[in-house]
Design a protein around this ligand. Sequence first.
Ligand code: DGL
Length: 272
Amino acid sequence: MSWQAIGIFDSGVGGLTVLREIFRALPQEDTIYFGDTARVPYGTKSPETVTRYAHEITTFLAKRDIKLLVVACNTASAVALNALKREFPIPVVGVIEPGARRAVEVTRSGRVGVIGTAGTIKSSAYSRAIKRLNPAAEVITRACPLFVPLAEEGWTDNQVARLTAQTYLQELREARVDTLVLGCTHYPLLKTVIAETMGPDVVLVDSAEETARTVAEILSKKKMMRPPSEQGNHHYYVSDIPAGFIRVGNRFLGGRLGDVYQVNLDEESAGD
Ligand code: DGL
């Protein structure tokens, strides 16, 4: 058993959809969340830049003695996961592998759609992960960058959201995918509109849910899980002023955030 917290980070509020699932699966665990609100979005940035950010944040969290790291951001998982695994001596869980595994389990036709940020789609990380598990699978991908601001604005069930979904998802419908991976932290908020657009025969895979399941499996296998009778404490850090994070974050988390602290990663690393 280990009393240390689970560390989790994202480019901003999006990773709270992953945290929400971790709360559900492991309510007894302490968590430390970092949202890089000063540098969001990651989805439009180069792999080198995102990897550098991911390294700085993991260094910050590792100093808080975490027992496991969850890279909740799909873009950071897509481009920086291997580097983090090499550099930090703790289990590191990304969102790509769990989502890919679930997609391979549920697809009947082998035609799988993946949607995400431009960075995630360009990296081909989901396609590679799915094909590693099922080389015969056909993976059709599409970047849907406008879904991110729509989710943050709370425009998840109106005409703008529906039209945007219809436009982005047209090719995936034509390709007759039977499974669609929601490969971005923000997309679970648009689940209703995406499901409506894709039709009842397409199964949506929520990477957030699958990731929480993977975290529970790892903690259990490594005998690091806290007793279920415990109640976890939760800490939140951001790199810009907390006001916007709190406003949007409560919706993403589906509950009330605790205190949110602003930190300056440059000052943190200068103290080394
Ligand atoms: N969190 C990002 C992801 O899941 C979406 C927002 C961003 O572009 O930073 O890819």
